[in-house]
Design a protein around this ligand. Structure first.
Ligand code: SF4
Ligand code: SF4
Ligand code: FES
Length: 299
């Protein structure tokens, strides 16, 4: 049974249940514990909130209620909690956070289910593999830099109409479609033991361009991540995209490339789109071997 918390602090259904049957629904509360941080590179601290329970809420609606209240249960006014979201339907990939210790999308994390896991409280933390900007908002630019490193796009060098593109066989479409569902949410990176946090801070007086170059170099030396490896395989399988297949393989086998993958398979277990990441990684491994042999003979 789903349980919410009554205003007197007792957990449980009382004379009714958490769906508001029986007792006055206004007394039902959902408790939330949020790991907050006021500024980038600042100290983090826990803060508790309570919001009125409603059936079928997701974590984003809870956060919206918390923002509207901007008060702790003891009435103290606090700055509204910051978080990222956009589409609210698991498409934009921006709302990833650690919910009850698990990396997932806040928009599809249903409160009723979370309360089934832990009736006492819902715990929200920012992703741990990216620098915190504020509260639950993280700086995910490294995720996008990895996509740049493997050129995760079909190159188009002009805007003329070249007529219809090449036909793709239905079985190839079926093979590629699951990979095209990636929403760049970063769940696979959060779960990956090889993808470790990189936080480059600006030195005093350092020009913006130098700082950017230093940060980019740090990103480029580190593991690409499963999402980028999978996207490289997607675009290398596309009839137009494969024009730069060698460049992608160069990136996939270069610094921070596939050789860093420890095959722990955590990535595939947490992907909200159930993308067959381990299949992509295995495919990339085979392509990398062929690529290495080809390079040997090309010398
Ligand atoms: S299989 Fe590779 S990419 Fe996936 S979690 Fe393991 S180390 Fe990371
Ligand atoms: S591969 Fe899955 S978990 Fe990783 S970024 Fe794409 S959708 Fe998210
Ligand atoms: S808000 Fe877009 S994926 Fe959650």
């Amino acid at each position: 049974m789903i349980k919410a918390v009554e205003t007197n602090g007792r957990a449980g259904g009382g004379n009714g249940d958490a769906h508001g049957h029986g007792d006055h629904p206004a007394v039902r509360k959902v408790r939330v514990r949020i790991l907050r941080q006021d500024v980038a590179a600042g100290e983090s601290y826990w803060e508790r909130f309570e919001v009125p329970y409603e059936p079928n809420m997701n974590v984003i609606s809870v956060l919206q209620k918390i923002a509207a209240l901007a008060r702790t249960p003891d009435g103290r006014r606090v700055a509204p909690v910051a978080w990222d979201c956009s589409c609210l339907e698991e498409v934009c990939g921006s709302c990833t956070m650690l919910i009850n210790g698990r990396t997932r999308m806040a928009c599809s994390a249903l409160v009723d289910r979370l309360l089934e896991e832990d009736a006492g409280e819902i715990e929200l933390k920012p992703m741990s593999k990216f620098p915190v900007v504020r509260d639950l908002v993280v700086d995910r630019r490294r995720l996008f830099r990895s996509l740049e490193r493997v050129q995760a796009w079909v190159p188009v060098d002009d805007s003329y109409d070249h007529g219809p593109g090449p036909r793709i066989a239905p079985e190839d479409q079926q093979d590629a479609y699951p990979l095209a569902e990636c929403i760049s949410c970063g769940c696979c990176l959060e779960a990956c033991p090889q993808f470790t946090k990189i936080e480059v801070t600006r030195r005093e007086g350092e020009p913006e361009a130098e700082f950017e170059a230093r940060r980019r170099d740090a990103f480029d030396a580190a593991f690409l991540g499963a999402h980028a490896i999978s996207q490289a395989m997607l675009f290398n399988s596309h009839p137009t995209g494969r024009m730069i297949a060698d460049e992608r393989l160069e990136a996939v086998t270069g610094r921070g490339g596939i050789q860093m993958c420890g095959n722990a398979q955590n990535c595939v277990a947490v992907c909200p789109k159930r993308i067959p990441l381990t299949r992509s990684i295995a495919r990339a491994g085979r392509a990398a071997t062929v690529w290495a042999i080809k390079k040997l003979f090309d010398r």
